[in-house]
Ligand binder design. Structure first.
Ligand code: F6R
Length: 652
C-alpha cells in the first residue's frame, strides 16, 4: 500500500526522502513523488513507475545551491486505488499553499469533490487524496494555523487513512494525523531533525527510538520538537518511544540477488529468534509460553478462532491441525474478509487470534475492533459469562493489531522486504506450533471426544517433550538444506527449469502438507505470475482433475506421514491423466520417486530417526518457496516487488 515519508531538519531533505521511500518500496507502488519546501515555496517532483524516475527529476532540476535552502519535505509511493497510476494522480498533491501525502481511503470523497468544485477549484487528479489539501486550505483561509486546520479537516473525512501535510505559510513544519493507516515518527539524535513515515523502516537508518502514532492521534514536527496531540479534541500529550530491536543492516540484500532469497535463507534464524523470545522466560520447560500474554484464556478456551488473510490464513490452517491434534480444543480458521461480514456464532469462552505478519491488514484488524466493540456492549452482569478475548500474533511491534488486541504474541522474523511472505510465514508456524505444544502439556484434564481416524494419534506428555526436542533441531536442519549447491537445491532448480513452461500447476497434499500446498501455489502465482492452485489431494478428483493433461504439472507433497499412502493413490490418478508429476518427499522414499517424472528428495540426516511427521511442513516450506523463486527468476519477473501487490494491505 502507499508509503509516506516526511522530514524536517538539517540533513539533505531530498536524500532523506528518497532513501526513506526506497525503504518503503517493498509495500508496492506504481508511482511516486516528493515535495520540497524551498524557502517558502513548494517544489514538486512526481513520476510514474520506479522511484528512480523521481530521483532523476530531482537531480536534473536542482542545482546544489537551490537544495541548500530546503529544510523540509514530504514524499510518497502510491499504490493506485482511486485513479490510474499517472503523474497527475501521484502524490504529493498541492492545492494552493498546501501540499499533502495520504495513505488509505477517503470514503466521502465525492461530496468533498463537489464542494471543491462549487468553491471554484478544479481538482487536478482523479484521486480522493487531493481533496484533503483543499479542506486544509479552506480551513487556513478561515484563519486557522496549519495544525488546527489539519485536525479540523481530518474530522470532516471518513475512512481509514493517514495524512502528512505542509504549507508554504509555515515552512519547516509537518503535521501528521492518523485514523487507521499507520504512521511512525522520531526525533533524530544530535539535532539531526525529525522524520515521519508509514512504518519504522525509513526511520531506523537514523534512530531506533520510534513513536507509533495511534488512530485518533497526530503529531506536529516543528522547531526540532515533536508535539503529540489528539486531532479530535486538540489535546496535547506526552508519549514514550518504542525501541526497535532490529538494525538497518537487515534492510539490505547482503549479497543475495533478491530480498526474497535472503529472507528464505534467514528462516532458521527467524525460527530461533522466535523460539528464544518465547523461551526466554520459560527456561528449559518444553513449549512453555510463560510470561506470554493471553495464556490463561487460551488454556480455558472452549474454542479458538484464527482470523487471517492470504498466507497468514494458510499458516492458521496448519495451526488448526497442530492445535486440535495436541490440545483437543476446537479451532476454526476464518478469512477475515468473510468473517467480518457474516454473522458468526461465538461461544462465551472463545479466543480469537488475529494472525497477521504486518499487524496492519485492514480486514483482520477490523475483526479485532468489531469483537472488542461487541464485547463492550455486553451488559456488565453478563461479562463474566462472556469471556471473549482477542490475541494478536504479528511480526511488527507497535503495529495496530499488536496494540489493539487484548494481548499479543510476537514473531521475531525481523523486517521482511520481499513482498511475498517467507520468513514471516515460517515464524508464524513457529509460534502456532509452540501454542499447540503448550496447550498439549496443559490440557490433560480436557474431556473431549476425538475422532480417532487415520492420521490422528494421541500424545502423552513424554511424547510431547520428545517432539519439542525434535522441534528445536528444525532450524539447524533447515540451515543445512540451504547450504549452497546441496543435492536438494540442485533438484529444485532442475525441476523448476524443466517445468517452467507448464500451462498451470496444482500443488496437492494431505494433512499437514495441505496448507503448505496452498502456500506453494500462492507463492508461484505471486512471484512468477503462473496459474497455480493448492488442493487437498483427496479433492482433486471432485472437479479439478478435468483440467489435467500433459501440459499441466501436479506438485505432490508426500512426506512419510500417516497420509502418505492416500496421497500416493491420488498421484496415480494424476499420472493416469497424463499430467507431469513433481514429487516432493523424503530422500529414502524410492517408491514415491519411481512414480514421479521429477523428484525433489528431502534429505533427513541419519541421526533424525525420530523426526516427527508433525514437523515436515518446516522442511517442505523452503522447498516450495525456492521452487517458485527459481521459476520467477527464469521468467524474469520482479521477484521482490511483484506487479499489483502490496506488502501490507491496509484497505479492505
Ligand atoms: C503472501 C502474503 C499475503 C499476506 C496477506 C495478509 O505472500 O504475504 O498473502 O499474508 O496479505 O497479510 P498479513 O499477514 O500482514 O495480515
Amino acid at each position: 500500500m502507499c508509503g509516506i515519508v516526511g522530514y524536517s531538519g538539517p540533513k539533505s531533505v531530498e536524500e532523506v526522502l528518497i532513501r526513506g521511500l526506497k525503504r518503503l518500496e517493498y509495500r508496492g507502488y506504481d508511482s511516486s513523488g516528493i515535495a520540497l519546501m524551498q524557502n517558502q515555496e513548494i517544489v514538486l517532483f512526481k513520476a510514474e513507475g520506479k522511484l528512480e524516475n523521481v530521483e532523476k527529476l530531482v537531480k536534473a532540476s536542482s542545482p546544489e545551491s537551490r537544495l541548500n535552502s530546503v529544510r523540509s519535505g514530504i514524499g510518497h509511493t502510491r499504490w493506485a486505488t482511486h485513479g490510474k497510476p499517472s503523474v497527475q494522480n501521484a502524490h504529493p498533491h498541492q492545492t494552493g499553499h498546501v501540499v499533502i501525502v495520504h495513505n488509505g481511503i477517503i470514503e466521502n470523497y465525492l461530496e468533498i469533490r463537489e464542494q471543491m468544485i462549487a468553491d471554484g477549484f478544479t481538482p487536478k487528479s482523479e484521486t480522493d487524496s487531493e481533496l484533503f489539501g483543499f479542506l486544509v486550505l479552506k480551513e487556513m483561509n478561515r484563519g486557522l494555523r496549519l495544525r488546527p486546520a489539519v485536525s479540523e479537516s481530518f474530522r470532516q473525512v471518513r475512512g481509514a487513512c493517514s495524512v502528512v501535510v505542509m504549507s508554504e505559510k509555515e515552512p519547516g513544519t509537518l503535521i501528521g494525523v492518523r485514523n487507521g493507516s499507520p504512521l511512525a515518527v522520531a526525533k533524530i539524535e544530535n539535532n539531526g531533525g525529525m522524520i515521519i513515515a508509514s512504518d519504522a523502516q525509513p526511520i531506523v537508518d537514523y534512530t531506533k527510538e520510534v513513536y507509533f502514532i495511534e488512530s485518533g492521534d497526530g503529531v506536529e514536527l516543528s522547531g526540532g520538537e515533536l508535539t503529540f496531540f489528539d486531532w479530535r479534541t486538540n489535546r496535547e500529550f506526552q508519549k514514550t518511544p518504542t525501541k526497535i530491536e532490529w538494525s538497518s543492516d537487515q534492510l539490505d540484500k547482503q549479497g543475495f540477488d533478491h530480498f526474497m532469497l535472503k529472507e528464505i535463507h534467514e528462516q532458521p534464524t527467524a525460527m530461533v529468534d522466535t523460539i528464544n523470545s518465547i523461551r526466554d522466560k520459560a527456561g528449559d520447560l518444553p513449549f512453555a509460553l510463560i510470561g506470554q500474554p493471553g495464556l490463561k484464556e487460551l488454556q480455558a478456551a472452549d474454542e479458538i478462532i484464527i482470523i487471517a488473510c492470504g498466507s497468514s490464513y494458510y499458516a492458521g490452517l496448519l495451526g488448526k491441525y497442530w492445535i486440535e491434534r495436541y490440545s483437543k480444543i476446537p479451532v476454526q480458521v476464518e478469512l477475515a474478509s468473510e468473517f467480518r461480514y457474516r454473522s458468526p456464532l461465538i461461544r462465551p469462552k472463545t479466543v480469537v487470534i488475529g494472525l497477521s505478519q504486518s499487524g496492519e491488514t485492514a480486514d483482520t484488524l477490523a475483526v479485532i475492533r468489531d469483537l472488542k466493540a461487541f464485547k463492550a456492549t455486553q451488559p456488565s452482569n453478563q461479562s463474566s459469562l462472556f469471556n471473549l478475548i482477542t490475541i494478536g500474533i504479528t511480526n511488527v511491534r507497535g503495529s495496530s493489531i499488536s496494540r489493539e488486541a487484548d494481548a499479543c504474541l510476537f514473531t521475531c522474523a525481523g523486517p521482511e522486504i520481499g513482498v511475498a511472505a517467507t520468513k514471516s510465514f515460517c515464524s508464524q508456524l513457529t509460534v502456532l506450533f509452540m501454542i499447540a505444544g503448550f496447550l498439549a502439556r496443559n490440557s490433560e484434564t480436557r474431556k473431549l471426544m476425538v475422532l480417532s481416524g487415520q492420521g490422528v494419534e494421541r500424545e502423552n506428555t513424554g511424547a510431547i517433550e520428545q517432539v519439542f526436542q525434535e522441534f528445536l533441531k528444525v532450524p539447524h536442519l533447515m540451515k543445512r538444506f540451504l547450504e549452497p549447491d546441496s543435492l536438494w537445491l540442485r533438484a529444485i532448480e532442475g525441476a523448476a527449469d524443466a517445468l517452467l513452461l507448464s500451462k498451470g500447476f496444482f500443488f496437492i497434499g494431505r494433512g499437514y502438507s495441505y496448507p503448505i500446498a496452498m502456500e506453494g501455489a500462492l507463492k508461484l502465482k505471486e512471484i512468477a505470475y503462473v496459474h497455480a492452485e493448492g488442493y487437498a489431494a483427496g479433492e482433486l478428483k471432485h472437479g479439478p482433475i478435468a483440467m489435467l493433461d500433459k501440459d499441466m504439472t501436479v506438485v505432490v507433497l508426500a512426506p512419510q506421514d500417516s497420509w502418505r499412502e492416500k496421497t500416493v493413490s491420488n498421484l496415480e490418478e494424476v499420472k493416469a491423466r497424463g499430467a507431469k508429476v513433481l514429487g516432493i518427499g523424503l530422500e529414502n522414499d524410492d517408491r514415491l520417486k519411481s512414480l514421479c517424472d521429477y523428484w525433489i528428495p528431502i534429505p533427513l540426516p541419519a541421526t533424525s530417526g525420530d523426526f516427527h511427521s508433525l514437523l515436515y511442513p518446516f522442511l517442505l516450506l523452503p522447498t516450495i518457496q525456492l521452487f517458485s523463486y527459481r521459476i520467477a527468476l527464469k521468467k524474469g519477473t520482479d521477484v521482490d516487488k511483484p506487479r499489483n501487490l502490496a506488502k501490507s494491505v491496509t484497505v479492505e
